[in-house]
Design a protein around this ligand. Structure first.
Ligand code: ZN
Ligand code: ZN
Length: 258
């Protein structure tokens, strides 16, 4: 036994404890493309019906809120790389659940990570999406490849308008030959601007399908699957030193990826 990285109670090695795994669960039906809460499974939200997306599905564990957001920040900004495996175990579980309940086509999938430009990689020292992708591929026992890359460094997207984001990301991704079906792994789905360009690059390189596999989705105000307000998190019941207290809400305008 080890300690749960979220709440410090005893847990299996490289996993969250059962109580945290229970709390970090995607609850309620969400739009197949963007995760926005909808009335029933399989429904597509009004915005996605109008917009259309180059990806086929969004799979995510939990909204970017509360202790879940705090854990993701620990990985990204504090380099808590030991979180990679517990995160990937939950991604694998989420994927299997979605395959079972959401009519995900059964075929051979490969794992690709949202790439980081080498300049940023040098300054940060690691690409959390790449580490998650490595671990997810091991958990699912499927191939891990990286045909997708960034052609240039892009500015932080935080605070940019939709048009500015599009301009900033224009031709920022390219891919070597990428036939087959892909699970594109990243940490947080916010506006989908990066995912859109990355999925387009994979498609242009021959991908048959691209499914986004993310730790979290950032809810617009009021469209959350969860509310940490008034909800007791397992960790706060058990932990002497929980990483951060809920709630921590993010807004769609602050893209935590950049
Ligand atoms: Zn725990
Ligand atoms: Zn949608």
């Amino acid at each position: 036994m080890d300690r749960c990285p979220a709440c410090s109670t005893p847990a299996p090695r490289h996993r969250f404890c059962a109580g945290c795994e229970e709390d970090f669960t995607n609850q309620g039906p969400g739009c197949r493309f963007c995760g926005t809460p909808v009335g029933h499974a399989g429904q597509i939200c009004g915005q996605c019906l109008q917009q259309g997306h180059p990806w086929d599905r969004l799979h995510f564990i939990h909204d970017f809120q509360g202790p879940w957001a705090a854990l993701i920040r620990r990985l990204k900004y504090q380099g808590a790389l030991t979180l990679t495996d517990p995160f990937a175990a939950l991604l694998a579980r989420q994927w299997r659940v979605d395959v079972q309940y959401q009519a995900v086509p059964m075929t051979v999938y490969q794992v690709v990570a949202m790439p980081m430009h080498r300049t940023r990689l040098l300054s940060r020292g690691f690409n959390q999406a790449g580490l998650l992708a490595d671990s997810l591929a091991r958990h699912l026992a499927i191939a891990r490849r990286q045909p997708l890359y960034r052609t240039r460094e892009t500015p932080p997207l935080e605070g940019l308008s939709r048009t500015e984001r599009r301009r900033a990301l224009d031709r920022a991704f390219a891919s070597e030959a990428a036939g087959g079906h892909w699970l594109l792994v990243d940490d947080v789905f916010t506006t989908g601007a990066s995912a859109r360009q990355a999925a387009r690059a994979l498609r242009a390189a021959g991908a048959d399908s691209v499914s986004l596999v993310m730790l979290a989705r950032t809810p617009l105000s009021g469209d959350s699957h969860h509310s940490w307000l008034g909800q007791t998190w397992h960790g706060t019941r058990c932990a002497e030193d929980a990483p951060e207290s809920p709630p921590h809400f993010a807004s769609r305008s602050s893209d935590p990826r950049r």
